[in-house]
Design a protein around this ligand. Sequence first.
Ligand code: SAH
Length: 349
Amino acid sequence: MDNMKILIDKLARAHTLSKDEWVQLIRGRTKENSEYLFLLARKFREKYYGHDIYIRGLIEFTNYCKNDCLYCGIRRSNKNARRYRLKKEEILSCCRTGYALGFRTFVLQGGEDGYYTDEVMEDIVSTIHSSYPDCAITLSIGERSLESYQRLFDAGASRYLLRHETFDASHYARLHPAALSAANRQKCLWDLKEIGYQVGTGFMVGSPFQTPENLADDMLFLKRLDPHMVGIGPFIPHQETPFAREQAGTLSLTLFMLALIRVMLPKVLLPATTALGTIAPDGREQGILAGANVVMPNLSPQDVRKDYLLYDNKICTGDEAAECRQCLERRMNSIGCRTVVARGDSLNI
Ligand code: SAH
């Protein structure tokens, strides 16, 4: 414990560690040093964000995808996925519902679907932007060119979520088909930052073949990129993928990584993800207590929710948007927090 406590204190003071120190800390994780870390992480969250939890309305607008990521349930090779794409009017209707429920950020997430060309996306984004000028539009639609990112930014999108998934190129290659590379994923993130997006990145915890060294590299990359938001969640197997029989990431390691991120980047936005809520009934509450300050309830139309399955047993696939909103409000209240009606911009600028 003592050596670990020294490292945790050092992180809280310097907000950075060497690769060796990260590896030691991640390898040396125990219940006791986790509790100590969570306490510090909560203090940093409270210092900057108090007990306010930001909400984002997630609209999963297409599950078509040209990629074949080995972990993902909507990968191209999954012939059993029932594919759908939402029309502009359907997306706008989600926004209307979301606005009435107090959402001031809309996150448009989907597979890499060639139907949504720059023109089509520009039209959707600019219509949302002019209809809801007080709202932030976040895109999460994968790897595109610098020019494409610029056009969507000019159309009114101001935030972009693109997890780097894992920093290490050889680990990345074991999770993805040969056409995808860690280098290109990372280049996209630097491009997005350069354009002026508020950028979110992140990784899966406990993905197949992941080592403490890989996680240490992820922490070093986060420190360098210094993003506005970091989304992490446990890897959860999906039955129709090559990783169907792999172990899921654990709650305890995910919470530990969340808290490490909060202490390293005290002002960053940190969601307690749906995947975290899927591996434990109170996973998201525990995530908040380990330093997270954002939740992203689902705003997708009820009839398509069961089809956006990245992993097995995903929660909230049967609920209405209003139910999700109220359920999260109650969950946050139960741990002394409250959700707020605000854009919820990052303080990590
Ligand atoms: N096409 C977009 C959106 C991907 S889905 C993009 O490329 O960014 C959003 C995130 O879900 C992914 O970045 C990945 O980290 C996560 N995800 C996918 N499959 C998962 C699984 N089986 N378990 C846990 N998380 C998963």
